[in-house]
Each structure stands twice: as structure tokens, then as C-alpha cells.
Design a protein around this ligand. Structure first.
Ligand code: GLN
Length: 251
């Protein structure tokens, strides 16, 4: 476990957010680190300190976590973390039930579900935090993707996965696919929501181009710290431009 302390850039801190980054060594692909950076920087610019704790297999989970983020990875990365994830699964499920906001992308999204059946005939068990299961398909689902969501409006990103995910009744989708494949290429769903947990296939990374999702996560994290969330408007012109380019790109 390594921890960095990042200070508010707005004077005395209004509170401290403990942000847990899961498995950055093995599960961190197609720019997923960008999600962590966006959460840290937006929190700092709203006047919060952030304690960023990175957790890899064999580490010790911190207590008092306010926000969890984790990225995607190859099947081989999923294989390396699978035992450790099962060991920390009960704690992650307990945090989720307590309302800790979480964002997990692609490979970790799959393993937050019940299981991932790989193309090699192996089964990687998941922690069942999200009512979903995944089975490798014949090909890969790759390209720019755009969703319509109820809570965040249009969400844009980039997907690259072989897994086909089906949601159970205990999870609702993050959004409806407008362009792209999403969970499985056939039912128009993308991602999953349960408690304050978001699972998604969207890399890109997701949060730099979708700051409204970052702020939704931060608002819930700040509520857990006991501090007030009363954000100042930030200049999101670059994010807007990135969104516009992403939406206009061919698949
Ligand atoms: N290995 C998984 C798949 O291909 C996850 C890939 C990823 O995280 N990008 O379905």
C-alpha cells in the first residue's frame, strides 16, 4: 500500500477524502489512471485534501475509505489479482452497502460481478458486488462509444473487451448505447449501477471527458467525510472539447 497526500489548492482544506485505488499495478489500461487523476485534481480545486491510497495484491486495506476507483486489465492481469480480490471482496461489498461511491472499469467491472468465463475455458470468480456475469465472446468489441444516461446525460468513452456482460435483476445499466457495443453488443445496455457503485466498459479515460460523473462520485465521497459539498463551477472547456471530438469520431 502506498499513500500520497495531495493538498487543497484553495487554502485550508474543507475536508479530507481518502481515495482508494485498486490494483493500479495490474489493472490499469487505456489511460484508466486518468480517472484517479481527475478525482484528485477536481477535489483539490474544490478545496479538499486527498489521501490517495494505492492497493495491490497482498497489501493492507486502509480503513475509513470514502471513494474507490479501479481500472481495466488484460485477462492475465485479472488472473493475477483474482485471489486477492476474493479476499477483500467482503470488505468491498460492505463499503458499497454503506454507500461508498466506487467506479470500476472493464476488467474490474467484470470481476465485481459474479464471474468471468474466459475464452480459454477458465472461470475467474468475481465478488458478486454487482449482479452481473461475463462470458468471453468470439471477437473483441472495440471503438468509440456514446451512451445516453438518466443521471449524467450523454457519456462518451472508448471500449476494448472480449467479455460479454449480462446484468441480473439486482443491477441497472449505467446507460443505453447510442453508438458502440456496451455490455454485450446485443441488448443496448452499458455498464451497471448498484448503491453508489458504477461499473462500466468505458476507458478513454472516462472521467476527463465526463466530469459530471467525477463530481457525482466526489459529492458522495465528501458526504461520507462529514464535510459539505458546495462546489464552485470549474472551467471544463477542455473536457467539452474532448467530448465533442470523441462524439464526432468514427467508431
Ligand atoms: N480481459 C477483459 C476482456 O477483454 C477486460 C479487458 C479490459 O479491461 N480492457 O473482456
Amino acid at each position: 500500500m502506498t499513500a500520497f497526500y495531495e493538498h487543497s489548492t484553495q487554502g485550508p482544506a474543507r475536508g479530507t477524502i481518502r481515495l482508494l485505488q485498486l490494483y493500479p499495478r495490474d489493472m490499469n489500461i487505456y489511460g484508466d489512471w486518468g480517472n484517479t487523476l481527475v478525482l484528485v485534481r477536481r477535489a483539490q480545486r474544490q478545496g479538499y485534501d486527498v489521501e490517495l491510497v494505492s492497493y495491490d495484491p497482498g497489501g493492507e486495506l486502509p480503513e475509513g475509505v470514502h471513494l474507490v476507483v479501479g481500472g481495466g486489465g488484460q485477462d492475465s492481469g485479472q488472473d493475477r489479482i483474482k485471489e486477492d480480490l476474493l479476499a477483500v471482496g467482503p470488505q468491498l461489498r460492505a463499503w458499497a452497502a454503506d454507500g461508498v461511491p466506487m467506479l470500476v472499469i472493464c476488467g474490474l467491472y467484470q470481476l465485481f460481478g459474479h464471474r468471468f468465463a474466459t475464452g480459454q475455458g477458465a472461470e475467474i470468480p468475481g465478488i458478486g458486488l454487482i449482479d452481473a456475469e461475463t462470458r468471453a465472446g468470439q471477437g473483441r468489441l472495440i471503438g468509440n462509444i456514446t451512451l445516453d444516461t438518466e443521471e449524467f446525460g450523454q457519456v462518451v468513452g472508448y471500449e476494448n473487451h472480449s467479455g460479454l456482460t449480462t446484468l441480473g435483476p439486482g443491477a441497472r445499466p449505467l446507460g443505453t448505447v447510442r453508438v458502440g457495443d456496451g455490455n454485450n453488443g446485443s441488448d443496448s445496455t452499458e455498464g451497471a449501477r448498484v448503491h453508489h457503485v458504477i461499473g462500466s466498459y468505458l476507458h478513454g479515460s472516462l472521467l476527463p471527458k465526463n466530469p459530471v460523473v467525477a463530481d457525482w462520485l466526489l459529492e458522495r465521497a465528501v458526504a461520507l467525510t462529514g464535510a459539505a459539498w458546495d462546489p464552485e463551477p470549474l472551467d471544463d472547456a477542455w473536457a467539452e472539447r474532448a467530448r465533442a471530438v470523441a462524439v464526432s469520431r468514427p467508431r
